[in-house]
Design a protein around this ligand. Structure first.
Ligand code: PMP
Length: 362
């Protein structure tokens, strides 16, 4: 089979080595004669898998001891509800920074549980979409927390600044589409959450990293399966966790460690993004509408100057083994998602194709 590169935004490409290992041990995991997804989550064998995955994740992100790592259900959108249900306390207000589609969606969901003070962080720089620096965000005094999304998967907008608002501001971040892609100072955050289906593993698993002093404050109406305190007390096994996704995430963490960890990924991700944005910027045929400082290294949306060619581009790219390049319906155009599992050669295959397409259709 010819090599296919999958640019899907999520569920997204997984490392080929990981898939091969999962395939090899699918029917007979660890000499047990069954697959890992057929054994009890409470048995010793699975608990070892679960603990090892957590340990590897802790190593990769240097997660401090005073943080719990939760392996949950419910996806990013589940956390849009879980965050206010766990953290609102008596404040009744939380700050929500609006930098794109997902941040806005989080604020909308939170509205069911508290009053979100929406901080519009969007601006333009030379006509390109940008995010105001954190120093210009107008925080609300007494707000329960500040929520933002460091990587907007649809808009292709990143906020790379490290939050430094002081100890009395609890920062919550939706890292769904950028976790493990570059180093991250966990200690600056109260809660970090991420759906697994982009940089971690298959859909169905959601990671939550929560500082311990934030536990014990959940709203009485918070469903137990979303309650950080209940999940922490039960080692994420209050109910049956997504065991296969947890196992596979563990394989991805091992793969990441073998590749040199998050710092090594950061370097490759930088190279991949520079290559792709370079081709876009050096042409009048393609364009990206995000200012340089806020360009995502994970999700690269781009438009063809002549949108009448969109369908041809998608058809030809698919035939060339470059899959899932169609932009999100709310943005249109194209989008290449280039998470950790996408190798540099995949991005090179895409840029070669783009340049060839331009020569033939430009
Ligand atoms: N946040 C971000 C940044 C996302 O990209 C997504 C999904 N693409 C979500 C939240 C929602 O995640 P889920 O579909 O797992 O609920």
């Amino acid at each position: 089979m010819t090599q296919v590169f999958n640019f899907s935004s999520g569920p997204a490409m997984l490392p080929a080595d990981v898939l091969r290992q999962a395939q090899e041990e699918l029917c007979d995991w660890n000499g047990l004669g069954t697959s890992v997804m057929e054994i009890s989550h409470r048995g010793k064998a699975f608990i070892e898998v679960a603990e090892q995955a957590e340990k590897d994740l802790r190593d990769l992100l240097h997660i401090p001891q005073n943080y719990k790592v939760l392996f949950c259900h419910g996806g990013g959108r589940g956390q849009f509800a879980a965050v206010p249900l766990n953290l609102a306390g008596s404040a009744g207000v939380a700050d929500y920074v609006d930098g794109g589609y997902w941040a806005e969606s989080a604020a909308k969901e939170a509205q069911k549980y508290l009053t979100p003070n929406v901080i519009d962080a969007c601006t333009t720089v030379d006509g390109l979409r940008a995010i105001k620096p954190m120093s210009e965000w107008q925080l609300t005094k007494g707000a329960a927390y500040l929520h933002y999304c460091p990587n907007e998967t649809i808009d292709g907008i990143a906020i790379d600044e490290t939050p430094a608002f002081g100890d009395d501001v609890t920062v919550v971040a939706d890292y769904s589409s950028t976790i493990l892609s570059s180093p991250l100072d966990v200690s600056r955050f109260g809660v970090i959450y991420a759906g697994a289906q982009k940089n971690i593993g298959p859909a169905g698993l959601t990671l939550v990293i929560v500082r311990e002093d934030l536990l014990g404050k959940a709203n009485i109406a918070c469903p137990s399966i979303l309650d950080y305190t209940v999940l922490a007390k039960n080692d994420s096994m209050f109910n049956t966790p997504p065991t296969f996704a947890w196992y596979l995430a563990g394989l991805v963490f091992k793969w990441l460690k073998a590749k040199g960890g998050v710092a090594a990924m950061d370097k490759i991700n930088q190279q991949k993004a520079e290559l792709l944005y370079g081709v876009i910027d050096n042409s009048d045929f393609y364009r990206n509408s995000v200012a340089a400082a806020n360009r995502s290294r994970m999700n690269v949306p781009f438009q063809l100057a002549d949108s009448a060619l969109d369908a041809v581009f998608l058809e030809e790219s698919f035939a060339a083994g470059l899959h899932a390049l169609k932009g999100h319906r709310v943005v249109g155009g194209m989008r290449a998602s280039i998470y950790n599992a996408m190798p540099l050669e995949g991005v090179r295959a895409l840029t070669d194709f783009m340049q060839d397409f331009e020569r033939r259709h430009g």
